[in-house]
Design a protein around this ligand. Sequence first.
Ligand code: FAD
Ligand code: DHB
Length: 391
Amino acid sequence: MRTTVGIIGAGPAGLFLSHLLHRRGIDSVVLERRDRSYCESRQRAGVVEHSVAEALRASGVGERMDRDGFVHEGIELRFDGRGHRIDFPALTGRNVVIYAQTEIVTDLIARRIADGGRVLFDAEATDVEGIDTESPRVRFVADGSEEVLECDYVAACDGFHGVGRSALPTDSMRCFDKGYPFAWLGILADVAPSCDELVYAHHPRGFALHSMRSESVSRLYLQVPSDTDLGDWPDERVWDELDTRFALRDDDWALRRGPVTDKSLTPMRSVVTEPMQHGRLFLAGDAAHIVPPTGAKGLNLAMHDALLLADAFTSAHTDGDTSGLEGYSATALRRVWRAEHFSYWMTSLLHPAPEGSDFDRRLHLSHLDHIVSSPAAATQLAENYTGLPRV
Ligand code: FAD
Ligand code: DHB
């Protein structure tokens, strides 16, 4: 099998890249080790940055997002029993769209298939070879037999545990990482959201987040210890803990409860691989970098990498101009490190450290109070949360 760009992984990065390349007349093949329904139902992120929403619309896959997603013009920071709104358009002129990653993936798969794209499910890449040559190859296994995808370029969009990153020569790459002593327990529940906008709550017992998927589905998260066993968290315990962390002092705000349809743990970590390329192999999305989910940046970074790579492949393939490809990693890493810092900052701001002292707790409250009372501080949060403009 032969193609121009061999793409490993049918997550947001791989599918968006394949879709963008198709619109520019460049052939690609996407190899995905899971089946289609698994990819379309894997619960993950929910916040789409302003410029990513614009890019989806501009490339013709924003229709369902504009119909079923929610434009949000702010978030609530809740701490010390009180809520404070951060108004995005007033501070930055930008907003975000609440539209689940599962829906973006569903839309992109449907469009790729309608456009005659080759997305091979149940096809696991096992090795990437020849990245220092002009004809790299991806070895993969489909239907029990070994096959080879020959390409001009390989885009590894295969997530943190994929084969792409491990094909980079170890002596020319560096990995920067940081761990956190907590995780997120997430639930999806068949109940109308209890708020109109997302609520990020800082509480002495831990962080909590109220998000949503539709008018009848809520998505909620709780900070829990890293070694948490989901078996210790029956639904009632999750709801009781959420109630405690969201409680307001002088308000009868109540959290609506409903049947829990999904429950999972998300570890928290920060990782950056540098450079994000070698020879004819390019990494995009989680394959190159991981952020803790607090700033809602993982999905958005993956989409920005795909946008950059699509431009760079187009210039190289159409005009023979390889400068975009040569500079891909350096350009992408500017946004990546900004998002890494913001995600780390939001995580530190909102999560009490398990071993934190009373002094640390006072610092947290002072920091939060500064953000909600200083337009300059609030603007910094809003600017990063809604996403920096495309470069
Ligand atoms: P992925 O979505 O991981 O896609 C990679 C694809 O590659 C997968 O489909 C995988 O099956 C496939 N693949 C892997 N190896 C191979 C192989 N060898 N051969 C073929 N295919 C392969 N971000 C947020 O902003 N908010 C959140 O709440 C949030 N929650 C998350 C929860 C979890 C459990 C995880 C893991 C991530 C979460 N993220 C969240 C991060 C966000 O979802 C990711 O940043 C985003 O999915 C990155 O997209 P991607 O396309 O780079 O990678
Ligand atoms: C969601 C996830 C996030 O990490 C976040 O900051 C906001 C919303 C979500 O899954 O809806």
